[in-house]
Design a protein around this ligand. Structure first.
Ligand SMILES: [Zn+2]
Length: 79
């Protein structure tokens, strides 16, 4: 995972929702490029894989010492 925007409930994940952007050459003689930019995807579309269960699971939360942790709802493993 690259970036999380909790307010928007969106994340930017590696390899997900790739957008291609054409970049014009900045100097003459340079070639234009196509760069791939991962776009934001809705957090509800994101599947988390529990390392213990080994499959996509539902995500729960627990708060320990004012820190929020994502946990597997099945086994309680932090993810
Ligand atoms: Zn689990």
């Amino acid at each position: 995972m690259l970036e999380v925007f909790p307010k928007e409930k969106r994340i930017i994940a590696e390899g997900a929702n790739i957008r291609k952007k054409h970049v014009r050459p900045k100097k003459t003689g340079e070639k234009g490029q196509i760069v791939q930019i991962p776009g934001p995807i809705d957090i509800s579309n994101v599947k988390f894989i529990c390392s213990k269960c080994g499959k996509a699971i539902k995500v729960g939360y627990k708060i320990v010492q004012k820190k929020k942790f994502r946990i597997c709802k099945k086994c309680g493993q932090e993810i």
